[in-house]
Structure formats: structure tokens, C-alpha cells
Ligand binder design. Structure first.
Ligand SMILES: [Zn+2]
Length: 443
């Protein structure tokens, strides 16, 4: 079967393969995190490159900016109060298809508990791009929060084209390529009507096709969140948001089109991460509808506990945190109350040891790509390394080590230092200890 990897069998038992097809979360975080500074950088460039406006041009541009900002302020307020007329008042009547989609968006999002929804046009974006006929295409930032999930608004790019109609600037398109190659981010509400189910620790969103899954996901997330919070500690959101897209196209739109999704069961994404403030913004767990049913109930629980661990640790996971620590910790937490014996979790490791030639190296980012032939093995290697640390010095020390490395300026040096302080051996010696322990336990 495409993408499931050689030698892996799809069956009903919650074997290690069931968890193998998880994404290297750091890859997603890295890309998503990079998107925000890249936009800011772009804005700065546009500001620098834009010719200084003069005279009438200056006045007209300032008036246009004021009009557009006013329109966007009204639009945000209208969406929050479900005011259909107010929401559509800013859309060009001549843009029939856009009006239909915008009306649909308001219906689709009606049940979603939004805390904030507003737009800004940053100073650097004012240059925008003038099209034939005088339309103005500009990069706008959407700021929104899901209540109980987001402590601060997350920021997403929206490219809007404004056209003057009878002296008013109205939105005439949202599908153009904006300045710097930017394109509009489309949330789950642009893919169909959303049904919402909230639990004590969960906010689950799905379209009607997946209505039957809502209660089950609420129950699982509510069950795993307290346990993850207990292990990880720190500053944590009230609720974790879970999105269930209808298909792979929507899944790609929500997690980024660069991911190979064939073997991935779920992905945890964030829009930005600031380890200095221990803060990750816009965190969502996105479930892959194509693969989640391949897991049994226990497998689904382990997958969600794995992803919730990423949510809990993301604020102190820097882009250079070793991926074996990121995925290993999530898998270790996910499995540690699963009741699965270690030799069953280490299915691929045992097979690799039996076959001979196991390299015994801590896995790197390439091993966690969705199309990596050693994806499942890499998860087990990472899991076993984190489990070894937890078994030797306890879970709290493992979390402290993870945090110290993830927030360090030089993670490689920090890892060596932390391993010495925690286990009394540096990275090379720890790797040798881990290799020996894996051979002793699973060989
Ligand atoms: Zn993961």
C-alpha cells in the first residue's frame, strides 16, 4: 500500500507501526515558525523599496489606506456578531463568486467559539500592488483566537484585492498572489460548515461528514491532557484544539502542502514559537482522516497523547532541538500509560536487530520525513533514548533537560552539557550507553 513503508503490516493490533506514521513535528514547527518572520522581513523590504509618495499620490494613498482599514475593522466586528449584512457590505457586488464564498464562510464559522477576529495592514504593506484598472492587492494580517485555546491571537496572512466602486474601496478578490508571493491562508471554515464539540480540555472541529467522530475525540483528548500536563508542567492552555479535515486536500491546506501525508495519522502545528517567552501561538492538532481509522482505540489514544505532548512542550522547543528528543519525548509520554509492553512498542527495533546491521545512531530529521523508509524505526529509536533517560533519572529530569536544550542558543553544546549534568555522560557516551541498552533489551 502506498506510503505505508516496506514490511509494515496493517492489522487490528496496536503494534508499533500504528504509531510510526506520525510526523516529525519539528519539521512543521520550523516551517510554520519561519513563515512569520519571513513575512515581517518582506514587509520591511517593501517599506524600504517603496518610493516616497508625494503630493496628490500621497493624499490618495493615505485616503485609500484609511478607507480599507475602516472597512476591515467593520468587517471583523461584523463577523464576531454574525452580522451577515455587515460582513458582506465590504465585498464588491460585482464579485459574485467571492460574495457567495464569503456568505458561506459566515455560515461555516457560526458555531466556532471565536474570542477575537480582526485585520491589520502593517505600514510596510501599504505599498501593496496596483493592478490594471487601479485595483489594489495588499497583504493583510488576520488576527484571531479560539476561545479557551489561544491565550493571544494567532496571525495568518490574507491577500485581499480592493477595487474602488463609486468612491468606496471594496474587496473584489481574495485569491491573488500578493506582494512578495504571499497567498491567502484558508482556515477550516473555508472548507465547509464546522461542527464544534467542547470538552473540559478539548475543542474539536469537524465538518458534517465527521460529525460521528466529535464525541470520541473529545473523550480521548479530555483523558490525555491532564496526564500530559502532569508530566510536562509549565504554562498550558485550557483547551487543546483538534481539527478533523474532510480529505487530504484540506489536510494539506491546514498543515502546509510540503508534507508527505501518506503515512501520517495526525500532525500538531503552531503558527509561531517564542522560546524566550515559553509561548507557542496558534497550536492545532490536525487529524488525518485517511489514516486515523487504521489505528485501533488504543493507537488513537497514543497518537493523541503524543500530539498533545507536542502542544505542551512547543513553547520551549526551539528550532534546533534534536528531533530524537522531540519525537522521543512525545512517544515516551504517549506510550507510558498505554499498557503496551516495551518489546511490543519496539517492534521495528527488534526486527532491525534481528536482521543485523542496525547502525545504533540517534535518528535525525531526514529519518522522520513522511516518506522515510526508516520512519517507524526512527520513532522507536527516539522513544527508547528518551525512555532510557526517564528510567535512569526520572521524568522530571527528562523534561528539564528537554527544556534546557530547547531554549539554548547552542542546542548541541547544551545537550552535551545537560546530559553530563543529568546522567554524568556527554552526548557521545550517552549514545554508546543507549546503543548498548537497546541491544541488551531488544536484541
Ligand atoms: Zn511527533
Amino acid at each position: 500500500m502506498g506510503g505505508t513503508g516496506p514490511g509494515r503490516v496493517l492489522g487490528p493490533a496496536p503494534r508499533r507501526w500504528a504509531i510510526g506514521p506520525l510526523l516529525g513535528l519539528l519539521v512543521v514547527a520550523g516551517v510554520c515558525t519561519a513563515a512569520v518572520p519571513a513575512q515581517r522581513g518582506f514587509q520591511a523590504r517593501v517599506a524600504a523599496a517603496a518610493p516616497a509618495p508625494r503630493g496628490n499620490t500621497d493624499t490618495a494613498a493615505a485616503a485609500r489606506l484609511t478607507a480599507v482599514r475602516t472597512l476591515l475593522d467593520r468587517r471583523g466586528a461584523a463577523l464576531l456578531r454574525h452580522d451577515r449584512a455587515g460582513w458582506l457590505a465590504g465585498v464588491d457586488p460585482a464579485a459574485a463568486a467571492l460574495r457567495t464564498r464569503q456568505a458561506g464562510l459566515l455560515t461555516n464559522i457560526a458555531a466556532v467559539p471565536l474570542g477575537a477576529w480582526r485585520y491589520t495592514v502593517e505600514p510596510g504593506d501599504q505599498a501593496g500592488r496596483i493592478e490594471r484598472g487601479g485595483s489594489w492587492t495588499v497583504l493583510v494580517t488576520l488576527h484571531y483566537t479560539l476561545r479557551g485555546v489561544d491565550s493571544v491571537p494567532t496571525e495568518r496572512p490574507v491577500v485581499l484585492t480592493f477595487t474602488a466602486r463609486a468612491g468606496r474601496w471594496l474587496i473584489s478578490a481574495d485569491d491573488r498572489t500578493g506582494p512578495g508571493g504571499s497567498t491567502t491562508w484558508r482556515g477550516p471554515w473555508e472548507h465547509g460548515r464546522l461542527l464544534v464539540r467542547q470538552g473540559r480540555h478539548s475543542l474539536v472541529l469537524a465538518h458534517p461528514a465527521n460529525a460521528g467522530r466529535l464525541a470520541g475525540f473529545v473523550a480521548v483528548v479530555d483523558a490525555v491532557v491532564p496526564r500530559v500536563w502532569q508530566v510536562v508542567g509549565g504554562r498550558l492552555p485550557t483547551r487543546v484544539a483538534v481539527l478533523i479535515p474532510d480529505d487530504q486536500k484540506e489536510m494539506s491546506a491546514l498543515v502546509g502542502g510540503h508534507l508527505v501525508l501518506g503515512t501520517i495519522a495526525a500532525v500538531a502545528v503552531a503558527d509561531s514559537v517564542d522560546t524566550a517567552r515559553d509561548r507557542a501561538v496558534g497550536q492545532r492538532i490536525v487529524v488525518n482522516p485517511a489514516n486515523i481509522d487504521r489505528l485501533g482505540a488504543l493507537g488513537r489514544r497514543v497518537v493523541l497523547e503524543h500530539e498533545v505532548t507536542h502542544v505542551a512542550t512547543r513553547g520551549f522547543t526551539g528550532p534546533a532541538e534534536p528531533i530524537w528528543l522531540v519525537e522521543g519525548l512525545a512517544d515516551w509520554v504517549g506510550y507510558s500509560d498505554s499498557g503496551l509492553p516495551a518489546h511490543q512498542v519496539a517492534d521495528q527495533l527488534r526486527a532491525a536487530l534481528r536482521a543485523g546491521g542496525w547502525p545504533g545512531k540517534l535518528p535525525v530529521a531526514a529519518d522522520f520525513r513522511g516518506d522515510s523508509p526508516r520512519l517507524a524505526l526512527a520513532y522507536e529509536e527516539a522513544w527508547s533514548a528518551c525512555r532510557l533517560i526517564a528510567n535512569r533519572v526520572g521524568p522530571a529530569a527528562l523534561i528539564r533537560l528537554y527544556r534546557a536544550v530547547g531554549t539554548a542558543a547552542d542546542p548541541a553544546a547544551a545537550l552535551d552539557k545537560q546530559l553530563r549534568a543529568t546522567l554524568g555522560e556527554g552526548t557521545a557516551q550517552f549514545t554508546a550507553s543507549w546503543r548498548a541498552s537497546v541491544r541488551a533489551e531488544f536484541g
